[in-house]
Design a protein around this ligand. Structure first.
Ligand code: AP5
Length: 231
């Protein structure tokens, strides 16, 4: 199964995508996480990306498409993939279609996390991330049981540089200008599934589960016809 989790920054995509990928044995591909790793390691990709991410702008398409190709070619993507934060422009969406086509694959659904700007600002200002394993917490809605330390791996929690108030408003603007057009792009392909994401983490999880189960049921006859298993 190949899914895209789409929505504004802070909508809760990463929280749900990581959990679903773990639960269903799917590969989790998050371009934002890969860029942060590259920045921390000081690689050429990281040096190139930092100026964009720290100011809330999108990293150029050619860089991101190259990164996505590399990630898809790594082992583990055969059973299925959840893309989080990619694609973010029409150019990236067309490139993803082409990359999957080369592999004899296609997207099964795009889950759109519909959430208000007010909720986004609240979520991002309280977000804390584990420096070691990347797990995401929130000081109010999902605190670590161990305070400033990750209760999964013991790593230190930190606040992302781009979660500062002025960068958050820029990211929201960039989402409206460059990413929101993907809603029509995927609606036209019959792939878009809208989720009301202004609810609690558990309620959103139930909605995500239902959407994925419905996609799996729709996909089963197609997979049987082509001899592919369903993830
Ligand atoms: P990226 O890391 O992808 O950031 P984003 O899309 O802005 O998304 P976030 O990670 O901020 O939010 P999320 O929806 O995953 O929310 P989360 O689950 O963490 O990208 C960062 C930067 O990298 C970009 O700005 C850009 O520069 C660059 N980049 C990345 N990909 C790119 C691409 N494809 N093209 C070009 N540039 C790219 O939740 C947020 C908080 O809310 C957490 O604290 C969580 O605990 C809490 N929370 C989650 N759900 C709920 C809920 N239901 N109720 C209450 N709290 C909740």
């Amino acid at each position: 199964m190949r899914l895209v989790f789409l929505g504004p920054p802070g909508a809760g995509k990463g929280t749900q995508a990581m959990q679903q990928a773990e639960q269903r044995g799917l590969r989790y591909i998050a371009t934002g996480d890969e860029l942060r790793k590259a920045i921390a390691a000081g690689t050429p990709l990281g040096l190139q990306a930092k100026a964009y991410t720290s100011t809330g702008r999108l990293v150029p398409d050619e860089v991101i498409i190259g990164l996505a190709r590399e990630l898809l070619e790594q082992p583990g993507a055969e059973a299925g993939v959840i893309f989080d934060g990619f694609p973010r422009t029409i150019g990236q969406a067309e490139a993803l279609d082409a990359l999957l086509r080369e592999r004899g694959e296609a997207l099964d659904a795009v889950l759109y996390f519909d959430v208000s700007s007010d909720a986004v600002v609240k979520r991002l200002s309280g977000r804390r991330v584990c420096r070691q394993c990347g797990a995401t917490f929130h000081v109010e809605s999902l605190p670590s049981q161990r305070g400033d330390v990750c209760d999964r791996c013991g790593g230190a929690l930190y606040q992302r540089e781009d979660d500062r108030a002025e960068t958050v408003s820029r990211r929201l603007q960039v989402y409206q200008e460059q990413t929101a057009a993907l809603l029509d792009y995927y609606r036209a392909q019959g792939l878009l599934v809208r989720l009301q994401a202004d609810r609690s983490i558990a309620e959103v999880r139930a909605a995500v589960n239902a959407a994925i189960e419905a996609t799996a049921r729709r996909r089963a006859p197609k997979a049987a016809a082509t001899g592919q298993g369903s993830a």
